[in-house]
Design a protein around this ligand. Structure first.
Ligand code: HEM
Ligand code: HEM
Ligand SMILES: [Fe+2]
Length: 453
């Protein structure tokens, strides 16, 4: 760690780990409900569980991105964070809004718009919070001595993510119009600007971990940003097929969204090439594993499994079924969850001075969680395909088809248990690091010096 103020990142990472654990609890509640064991229904009905599961996901990932911003931007700009007290204020207010939202879901205070369930009054608090976060980052960049491409890509991803939250805050009476703009948030986040955040964090990690020249890595970053915008913006059309908008969206959405996997393929080739090219590899093996797996699993979950249901002729059958859940899990896991775990694995030794780089708990955490998630994806796939067949081809009633696919959720629960063991081990390592200390300043710098010499 170069600067004392980078320690702020730790708070956000710890919150991330806490919320991830809670998210998993709600995943199990839903998986059991799908199997017919819905004993908690009176207190946590399925709609509250699913809103909580998905919003906790978004909040822990955002918390991880914020931590990454606070760790990376001072380092890249070569200066202390602009204001630590304001960053802490931003942290506590972020956590409080998150808690209110989650409690609210359990007492029926939510909007039924998938992923955007947080009620509008709370949205204003979220917006204020994010503005404060961005002001702190931008002020740090402007007072700094350097402004790197990596820092710009990461920061612009975060700024655009904040701007794109706004269309979801406007009130529309018409359901089609509301749906149209809801996708500006949901789709243009995960298949647009979050990819910039992903590109920025991956570039930073690859520069640090492989020893390849910054110029080479940053050139790739432009290619990825280009591909993302080329395909992702009009790719939004793959959510417009059947919501009541003009027919041309079938063609526009089909063509452009089918190009989207290219951006993810670019990211994978980028990471693997840079790893191969690097001749001075960092001793932090766990961070290298998570960095490479982010790029690879994102391509599988987002690119390939996205492509699997993105053409209108297929989506007509799979829309809104468990096939979507299959893709949603592996895409989020590969692209964004693993990315947060990668930056945590890289930064924790530097903030705490403890070199937990290569221990068996860390390796087991990596393999259990990845294998568990692949198993979960397969269980959702089997359930999803069976659901599509029975409900959309044979014409069984929705609830009848759900009864038929109950056994698949037993498999889901087994795979989810393997996954959860992995996450528990990751969190055990996180706790073993302890808290950041000032003595860790200068930690890791000897390796950076070695790279540039
Ligand atoms: C023990 C772990 C988990 C279990 C048992 C689990 C289970 C579930 C279940 C049963 C659903 C509802 C499916 C439906 O009926 O619509 C769901 C939804 C979802 N979960 Fe999980 N989950 C787990 C972990 C995760 C993780 C780690 C992520 C992200 C990295 C995630 C992302 C999602 C998403 C995005 C949805 C919405 C899917 C859709 O749009 O259809 N889950 N989960
Ligand atoms: C990291 C990137 C991605 C993530 C995290 C992600 C996640 C998700 C989630 C959570 C949903 C459910 C949304 C909802 O119903 O509200 C979804 C839907 C969808 N995704 Fe992705 N996705 C990603 C990339 C892609 C890509 C690259 C493609 C196409 C090649 C794609 C194709 C689709 C399609 C067609 C749907 C609609 C499914 C339906 O009709 O029910 N996704 N995605
Ligand atoms: Fe999309």
């Amino acid at each position: 760690m170069k600067f004392k103020s980078q320690k702020v990142a730790y708070y956000f990472f710890a919150l991330s780990m806490l919320l991830l654990s809670l998210q998993i609890v709600y995943g199990f509640i839903m998986a059991f409900a799908h199997m017919g064991f819905d004993g908690l229904h009176e207190w946590i009905p399925f709609n509250a569980a699913t809103a909580t599961h998905k919003n906790l996901l978004v909040v822990w990932i955002l918390s991880g991105f914020m931590g990454a911003g606070y760790f990376i931007i001072p380092d890249e700009s070569d200066t202390e964070l602009w204001s630590v007290p304001l960053a802490l204020l931003q942290f506590y207010s972020f956590a409080i809004v998150g808690v209110i939202a989650v409690v609210g879901f359990h007492v029926g205070w939510f909007e039924g718009r998938k992923f955007l369930e947080i009620p509008r009054p709370l949205d204003y608090l979220v917006a204020l919070n994010v503005i404060l976060f961005l002001v702190i980052l931008l002020m740090t960049m402007f007072k700094g001595k350097k402004r790197t491409t990596t820092a710009w890509v990461l920061t612009s991803g975060l700024v655009f993510a904040a701007l794109l939250y706004l269309p979801g805050m406007i009130w529309f009476d018409n359901h089609t119009v509301d749906s149209f703009f809801r996708w500006w948030v949901v789709h243009l986040w995960v298949e647009g600007v979050w990819e910039l955040i992903m590109g920025g964090i991956l570039a930073y990690l690859l520069i640090k971990l492989t020893g390849v020249d910054r110029e080479v890595i940053e050139k790739w970053l432009y290619v990825i940003v280009g591909l993302t915008f080329l395909s992702g913006i009009l790719g939004t059309g793959h959510h417009y097929y059947f919501i009541g908008v003009p027919k041309y969206w079938l063609i526009v959405g089909g063509i452009f969204s089918a190009l989207e996997p290219l951006a993810f393929l670019g990211m994978t080739l980028f990471a693997i090439q840079m790893y191969r090219k690097g001749n001075k590899k960092h001793p932090n093996k766990l961070a290298i594993y998570w960095t490479l797996s982010t790029a690879i699993v994102a391509f599988l979950g987002a690119g390939l499994l996205g492509l699997a249901h993105t053409l209108p002729g297929v989506n007509l059958y799979t829309h809104g079924t468990l096939v979507t859940a299959m893709h949603g899990h592996l895409a989020f896991w590969g692209a964004y969850a693993s990315l947060v775990l990668a930056i945590i694995s890289y930064s924790m030794p530097l903030m705490t001075g403890r070199k937990i780089y290569d221990n068996s708990i860390g390796h087991m955490a990596f393999w259990f969680s990845n294998i568990g998630m692949i198993g979960m994806t397969m269980a959702f796939a089997a359930a999803g395909v069976a659901q599509v067949y029975m409900e959309r081809i044979v014409g069984l009633d929705f609830m009848q088809a759900q009864l038929e696919i109950e056994p698949h959720f037993f498999v889901l629960i087994i795979a989810a248990t393997v996954f959860s063991i992995g996450i528990t081990l990751f969190i055990i390592n996180f706790i073993k690091f302890g808290v950041p200390v000032d003595e860790a300043i200068g930690e890791g710098e000897e390796f950076s010096a070695l790279q540039t010499s």
